[in-house]
Design a protein. Structure first.
Length: 288
């Protein structure tokens, strides 16, 4: 299930979104200074901070003071970095709301990334047919660190459905797609990515301990699919299957998400069969 990081909504809804909590957050578990100190000696601190600000702005508009507080940086430093980003067109300032957001140049540069366009082009027509077949929302995502990033969506034809958008991010440990993608990593890699990271709780069903997550990822590897039984939001269930490339590496994941009231006793198996067929079809096309 999907909402943007920082955090508007994903919910099972009757046509409208549910406001989410907003609070100061650290970017991917680190402050700007921690990010700088955790990389190699070739890292340029000011450039790293500017890129972290862009990542923050990609999740919504922010005031100068909020950005400084989130990144734990002096106001003067953040003001200078934002001024540079605005000058170059990567950020924009709204004098009415006194907030900063992404600029047009950020979009232009983003269009140059083609890393997932092939898989989206192959998968989206199949996803749209699957959404009609199951009556539920179908999503395609990739893993970015410990976040699940949605790269394509085929919406449910029903009025009560999952509300999400391409580009939204969720903590991977809390959703089926995230777990399907994490299962493509070794346990050592998962542990390394979650070092000093607190697994945030969203519902009573959310995994909040790393050993529990590792055990579930092992189950995903054995079963070939991952589930989310109201782990991110009460009222939503999700089933996800990893997509592998020609070398057998997990490169993406596809899911079907539904409101819990529409999920009958055999929903998992009934949904897994058509979803697996679509994923297998995408896999075969990726091999050619």
């Amino acid at each position: 299930m999907v909402e943007p990081r920082g955090r508007s909504s994903l919910a099972v809804l009757f046509g409208r979104s549910r406001p989410g909590r907003r609070r100061s957050r650290r970017i991917r578990g680190v402050t700007a200074d921690e990010a700088a100190s955790s990389h190699g000696h070739n890292l340029v601190k000011s450039a790293d901070r500017a890129l972290i600000i862009l990542e923050l702005l990609s999740r919504g508009r922010h005031r100068l003071s909020d950005i400084a507080e989130t990144l734990r940086l002096p106001l003067s430093s953040v003001h200078g970095l934002l001024g540079t980003l605005v000058h170059r067109g990567f950020a924009e300032f709204d004098p009415t709301t006194r907030t900063y957001g992404l600029g047009l140049k950020a979009w232009t540069v983003g269009q140059g990334y083609t890393g997932h366009r092939d898989i989206v082009g192959l998968a989206l027509p199949l996803m749209e047919r699957l959404a009609q077949q199951t009556g539920e929302t179908v999503q395609l995502s990739r893993l970015d660190g410990i976040e699940n990033v949605y790269i394509a969506i085929a919406e449910s034809p029903q009025p009560m459905k999952l509300v999400s958008a391409v580009g939204m991010r969720l903590p991977a440990h809390s959703v089926a797609l995230g777990k399907a993608l994490l299962a493509g990593l070794s346990d050592d890699e998962v542990v390394a990515r979650y070092e000093d990271v607190e697994l945030e709780r969203f519902t009573d069903n959310t995994i909040t301990a790393l050993p529990q997550l590792l055990a579930q990822l092992d189950e995903v590897r054995r079963n070939g699919y991952a589930v989310d039984d109201e782990e991110y939001i009460i009222g939503c269930r999700c089933l996800a299957v990893p997509i592998r490339d020609h070398a057998g590496e997990v490169v993406a994941g596809m899911s079907v998400s539904a409101p819990t009231p529409r999920c009958g006793e055999n929903w998992t198996e009934e949904t897994r069969a058509p979803l697996t067929e679509v994923v297998d079809a995408v896999h075969r096309q990726l091999r050619h």
